[in-house]
Design a protein around this ligand. Sequence first.
Ligand code: SAH
Length: 264
Amino acid sequence: MSQRPGFPIKLTQTGAAGPSVKASVALSARSNPGTPLATVVPRSVSVSGLGLDSGAVRARMVRKLAEQGVQDARVLEAMGQVERHRFVESALVNQAYEDTSLPIGLGQTISKPNVVARMVELLCQDAPGKLGRVLEIGTGCGYQAAVLSHVATEVYSIERLRGLHEKARTNLRPFRLHNVHLIFGDGMLGYPKGAPYAGIISAAGGEAVPEAWLAQLAVGGRLIAPTITPAGHQALVVFLRTAQGFERQVLEAVHFVPLKSGVA
Ligand code: SAH
């Protein structure tokens, strides 16, 4: 296990011009845009000023998310709170607040901030105040679970790769988020113990949404999952459970790592 990185000596400052709302949809259709949106402007940071400086960079990231169309104050607040640089490898800390996905080991990636914010916003849509219990499939490094912990009363997050489950545990420990429950297991089966959920969010994309997830969704709850559409590409799919059944909506194209069954 590598040591959690501190904040970098050289910070990356984001450029002034953020993409428009429309661009945010187009951006999420690409897995990782070749040209970073940011220009690198090194500046020095004293050890004692670490927290302060990472806060400033995060505030800039949040402003950009708002420019990109994220409107939910709860989500922007959560994105401003969670120190993303503590979830990535030391060598990548400089890119922690850029709008880019990053490798987290074992062939998996942490989604770019824009995609995390978009999905959490979809999850919170039409819910007054805090969400109740939510289930995340694909804990990865634990970043999104930390973001969710600010918008939901309880977060159950399940990961199929033991190495990442352990990494997330280590990453999250210092934050003392008592409402985050990490589970090692196959998320295809959901997690019946916490059901029914006010929200279910998958960080991995499958051919279809598993029946178990729909069964574990509360009436009034929302499920957000990257799924292969009949057209053959991956898109964000939203299910809203109503008293009558399910309403399904297909949104923008996305590129998530595959949903796999079993544990490893
Ligand atoms: N939310 C994560 C993103 C991790 S990438 C973060 O903030 O870092 C998606 C993760 O889904 C990977 O770690 C992958 O191992 C996991 N995954 C894929 N299929 C799964 C399954 N059936 N059950 C649980 N996790 C799964």
